[in-house]
Design a protein around this ligand. Structure first.
Ligand SMILES: Nc1ncnc2c1ncn2[C@@H]1O[C@H](COP(=O)(O)OP(=O)(O)OP(=O)(O)O)[C@@H](O)[C@H]1O
Ligand SMILES: [Mg+2]
Length: 241
C-alpha cells in the first residue's frame, strides 16, 4: 500500500536518510523504529506531505505522492489521518470541537451533523460522552491522546499515521492505547503507520516494522525475523537508548 523507494532526505544540506526503502502492506500496523534523532519523524513526514524527499519516491496505492497533481494531492491528504508526536489540542476549544475541527474545515456537513460525527468518534476512542464539553486543561494525558486520535480519525482515513502515541503515558495507559490502536485497525480495516520507542508496543501490536540507524534502514520485517536476524537489531536499539 505504501512503498518508499530510495528516499533521501536532507535538512540544510545534512543528510538524514540516504536511500530508504520500505514496503507497508494494507491493513497492517507498521512501526518506524530507531534511536532518538535517527529520523523516524522525518520519514513519517515524507508520507504525509510534510517533508519532500531530496530524491526517491513515496507511493501510496500506486500514486507517487510528491509528483501527483495538486488536486490529487489534496484528495490524498483527506485520506490520511495524522496524530503528531507533540500533537497539542486547541486549548480554547472543548473536546467535541477539537475532534470536529477537520470536519468543519473539509466536509460539507452542517454543524449538528459534525457534532454527531465527533461524538461517534469520541465513543469509538473510549471516552465517555460527558467528557465532550471538557477543555484540554481538564483532561488526563491518556484522555488528551484519545481526543487527538479521534481528531485524526474524524475524516475516516484509510491510513492512520501516529508519532509516538504512547509517549508520556504511564504503562497502564500505554497498554490501553495499544489495545485501542489494534481495535481501530481491526474494526475500521485501516492501515496504521506508527513511530514508537515502546518495547511493549513492538511486541504486542506491530505486524512489521523497520529500524533506522545511521541514515539507513538496517532492518525491515516482523518480530520473529528481528529476533532471528544476525545480531538482533532490537537489542542494539534498546542498548542505544
Ligand atoms: N525541521 C528541521 N530542520 C532541521 N533539522 C531537523 C528538522 N527536523 C528534524 N531535524 C533533524 O533531523 C534529524 C532527525 O530528526 P527526527 O525528528 O526525524 O528524529 P526522530 O527519530 O523522530 O527523533 P525522536 O525520537 O527524538 O523523536 C535530527 O538530527 C534533527 O535534528
Ligand atoms: Mg520523532
Amino acid at each position: 500500500m505504501i512503498i518508499g523507494k530510495d528516499i533521501v532526505t536532507t535538512y540544510n544540506g545534512i543528510t538524514i536518510h540516504e536511500g530508504a526503502n520500505f514496503h507497508i502492506k494494507s491493513g497492517e500496523i507498521y512501526g518506524l523504529l530507531g534511536g532518538s534523532g535517527s529520523g523516524k519523524t522525518t520519514l513519517l513526514k515524507t508520507m504525509i506531505f510534510l517533508k519532500e524527499p531530496t530524491s526517491g519516491s513515496v507511493k501510496i496505492n500506486g500514486v507517487d505522492i510528491w509528483r501527483a497533481l495538486p488536486k490529487e494531492q489534496q484528495d490524498m491528504k483527506l485520506q490520511i489521518g495524522v496524530m503528531f508526536q507533540f500533537g497539542a489540542l486547541f486549548s480554547n476549544m472543548n473536546v467535541l470541537d477539537n475532534i470536529g475541527i477537520m470536519l468543519r474545515e473539509y466536509s460539507e456537513f452542517d454543524p449538528n451533523d459534525i457534532d454527531e460525527i465527533a461524538k461517534m468518534w469520541l465513543i469509538k476512542v473510549g471516552l465517555k460522552p460527558n467528557s465532550m464539553t471538557l477543555y484540554p486543561s481538564e483532561l488526563s494525558g491518556g484522555m488528551k491522546k484519545r481526543v487527538a486520535l479521534a481528531r485524526a480519525l474524524a475524516l475516516s482515513p484509510r491510513v492512520l499515521f501516529l508519532d509516538e502515541p504512547n509517549s508520556g503515558l504511564d504503562p497502564i495507559s500505554a497498554r490501553a492505547m495499544d489495545r485501542l490502536i489494534c481495535d481501530i485497525r481491526d474494526s475500521l480495516g485501516i492501515t496504521v503507520v506508527m513511530v514508537t520507542h515502546d518495547i511493549d508496543s513492538i511486541f504486542n501490536i506491530l505486524d512489521r516494522f523497520l529500524i533506522v540507524d545511521n541514515k539507513k534502514i538496517v532492518f525491515e520485517g516482523d518480530l520473529k525475523q528481528a529476533l532471528e536476524f544476525k545480531d538482533n537489531p532490537l537489542k542494539d536499539l534498546f542498548a542505544m537508548r
